[in-house]
Design a binder for this molecule. Sequence first.
Ligand code: GLN
Length: 196
Amino acid sequence: MSKIGVLALQGAVREHMRSLEECGVEAVAVKRKEELTDLDGLILPGGESTAMRRLIDKYDFMDALKAFAAEGKPMFGTCAGLILLAKELVGYDVSHIGVMDIKVERNSFGRQVDSFEADLTIKDVAESFPAVFIRAPHIVEAGENVEILSKHNGRIVAAREGQYLGCSFHPELIDNHRLTAYFVEMVKEAEAKQFV
Ligand code: GLN
């Protein structure tokens, strides 16, 4: 059975674990970098990216996360997690893990609408997906190898680039586990490739 971790330094960890379990895989709350070694994939949850970055540095996670990515293992960033994956951030000189070829803007749906729900069409996932946005970022620019999976009001809110999946919203907060299931498939495909 695939074993998928959820970075458990801060944010919506439990909900992601429940969603993974609903998809029939083993979910692990990752609190120490050593725990990354035997995982097949990793979810970077929503929360607060600056707080998460501080904890990543405090617990010396950054090199281990970059090594995990370099091994070709699938990573799924949701909301703050999307910010952690992005190579470029609007208004900042530095990125965090910086592996996915996208430029992301934080808190980009305006302060007056802190959170909202929208019905999205997500390519290869769902015709109608009830997405919950909470102080959400969006993808401003995507590199040529990035596949855009969903847009809301003309803004990119879900995308995939090879082993990386990212979305602006919180798929773990609802009972529709199809986006998590899509990530689980990515993990299984990556595992199958290792044995060829
Ligand atoms: N606004 C948060 C950030 O910039 C992300 C919000 C979320 O993950 N729900 O990190």
